[in-house]
Design a protein around this ligand. Structure first.
Ligand SMILES: Nc1ncnc2c1ncn2[C@@H]1O[C@H](COP(=O)(O)OP(=O)(O)OP(=O)(O)O)[C@@H](O)[C@H]1O
Ligand SMILES: C[C@H](O)[C@H](O)[C@@H](O)C(=O)CO
Ligand SMILES: [Mg+2]
Length: 492
């Protein structure tokens, strides 16, 4: 029997960029080759910030054409994207509008409006999901009622892409959990929360676990594009869920930081933690692959750097901004990076400078000062959250695995290790794509389980270690905590 080398493709679309990454298992190592990369982002269309979903699908097909041209005639493919956003589809299977971005202003104040007669505590005990005003629950609460009435199916972004490519519609659970509408105890959509936003369970395609085979590319697509035979597997379609699968998990009691547009810091649990302290600290229990839970918190992340870069008219690359930051002293000002004002301001640089002025602090001016201000305060925020995780989980986290694009920033990796006093293991930067591929390989029988996959990941990629520089910034974390608690008036 001729040995057919299995070729896998990860379609990983984040809020800032998308990519198709080819992968094979060669000599017990995962080999990755980026075949196609494209920009992502939202634009204001018909009164709302929206994603151009048709463009994203076209980019995937362009990437598949490149794979065919490279001589690969048959591949297995998985799709992961950002969470919470959805496409409304009519009874003919056509989208009713371009999906609204979670950064759109329509959900400002939605949590307060929705919880006037439905206590937050009830929602959290039911779902275990953090309160973010852009969760699907609040988006549907604010959705155009006429459009909802015409809606046959509500499809999460990666599920909609899979539907367009194969004709099969599902709702994959890791991403479905980010809706804040799934019941932790039953594993199904909660009737009370559905009724609160006037949608029916039948408007969601059936729930499926990560690793479910979805189907093959629709033949009609091959009339327009020269495509390989493509079998699509529904992976952990929330990109963060894939990133966690793709984390090497080094350390006895390890935590992860998926560092990209958002910084998602947390731990992988086998049972959810939705008690009083988790509720108070707004930690989430997003579902992971294979029955795990992603106990994590969203931190504003490198969105802030992306915004600064854009506002500087892309004169500097991310590498150049990081190099300029290296020339600046850290901790020149304290910034609560998770302040709502940084979620989608008109101008991020002005917002940061206004914040520092209002709090009587040194104002960052140059690109290097701005970048160092963001890196310093993200590192402080991560360290503070790790201490909170220690108390909630009742154990001392001994290592932080940083993955995603942010794992390339040595300066931030080192600052985080030192301030948090933990060993940091950085990489792989494309952990999301790696996790996407791993779930496909487990479904196809090439790898037995995630535990062994993580051994392969550590074996396949250079993971850089950063150890704490003892007593380098004594008291800085406590000062930051006091600042966050408004105990320090920097004006003084
Ligand atoms: N070499 C580098 N030097 C400095 N920063 C980098 C480097 N590479 C990536 N980054 C940072 O990583 C970020 C992108 O991370 P990543 O590619 O994980 O995000 P994404 O997948 O496009 O989006 P999302 O987080 O929504 O998935 C950039 O915004 C940039 O700040
Ligand atoms: C809106 C979500 O929190 C978001 O998708 C986050 O999970 C993410 O972008 C991870 O890349
Ligand atoms: Mg990503």
């Amino acid at each position: 029997m001729e040995f057919m080398e299995k070729v896998y493709v990860a379609v990983d679309i984040g809020a800032s960029s998308g990519r198709l990454i080819l992968s094979k298992l060669v000599d017990h190592k995962l080999k990755l080759k980026e075949v196609h990369r494209f920009k992502n982002g939202f634009a204001n269309v018909q009164g709302h910030d929206r994603w151009d979903i048709d463009k994203l699908i076209a980019e995937i097909l362009i990437g598949l054409e490149k794979i065919k041209k490279a001589g690969y005639n048959a591949v297995t493919l998985g799709i992961d994207t950002w969470a919470v956003d959805y496409v409304l589809v009519d009874s003919q299977g056509k989208k009713l509008q371009d999906p609204v971005s979670y950064r759109d202003a329509r959900t400002e104040g939605s949590i307060e409006r929705l919880t006037t007669d439905l206590p937050k505590k009830y929602i959290y005990q039911k779902t275990g999901i953090q309160f973010l005003d852009f969760n699907t629950l609040y988006q549907l609460f604010e959705e155009d009622k006429e459009l909802l009435a015409k809606t046959d199916k509500i499809m999460m972004i990666p599920d909609y892409i899979g539907y367009v490519l194969t004709g099969t519609a599902v709702t994959e659970v890791t991403n479905a959990s980010t809706t804040q509408m799934l019941s932790l105890r039953e594993g199904l959509f909660d009737d009370h929360l559905l009724s609160k936003v006037n949608v029916k369970e039948s408007q969601f395609p059936k729930l499926v676990e990560a690793g479910t085979v979805l189907g093959n590319l629709k033949e009609e697509l091959k009339t327009t594009y020269d495509l390989p035979e493509t079998k699509i597997i529904t992976v952990a379609t929330h990109d963060t869920a894939s990133a966690v699968v793709g984390t090497p998990g080094i350390g006895q009691r390890w935590a992860y930081l998926s560092s990209g547009t958002w910084s998602l810091i947390g731990a992988e649990l086998n049972t959810p933690e939705n008690g009083e302290q988790a509720f108070r600290e707004n930690y989430t229990n997003e579902w992971g692959a294979y029955g795990t839970y992603r106990f994590l918190k969203n931190i504003m992340g490198l969105w802030i750097i992306q915004s600064i870069k854009r506002e500087l008219h892309d004169q500097y690359s991310f590498v150049e901004l990081a190099n300029l930051a290296e020339q600046e002293p850290p901790f020149q000002q304290f910034i609560d990076v998770n302040d709502q004002r940084f979620q989608n301001p008109a101008n991020m640089i002005s917002e940061i400078q206004a914040y520092c002025q209002e709090t009587g602090q040194r104002i960052p001016i140059t690109p290097g000062q701005l970048t160092m201000a963001v890196y310093s305060n993200l590192s402080l925020y991560y360290a503070n959250e790790l201490a909170i995780l220690d108390t909630i989980l009742n154990y001392r986290i001994d290592s932080l695995n940083i993955v995603g694009g942010g794992s390339n920033v040595k300066l931030m990796n080192q600052l985080t290790a030192t301030i948090a006093d933990v060993d940091v293991y950085a990489g792989p930067s494309e952990a999301t794509a790696v996790g996407n591929i791993i779930v496909q390989m487990i479904t196809e029988g090439d790898i037995l389980n995630v535990y062994l996959a993580r051994r392969i990941i550590s074996h396949s990629f250079e993971i850089k270690k950063f150890t704490p520089e003892k007593n380098k910034y004594p008291q800085i974390l406590q000062k930051y905590r006091d600042f966050l608690a408004n105990k320090i008036d920097m004006k003084g």
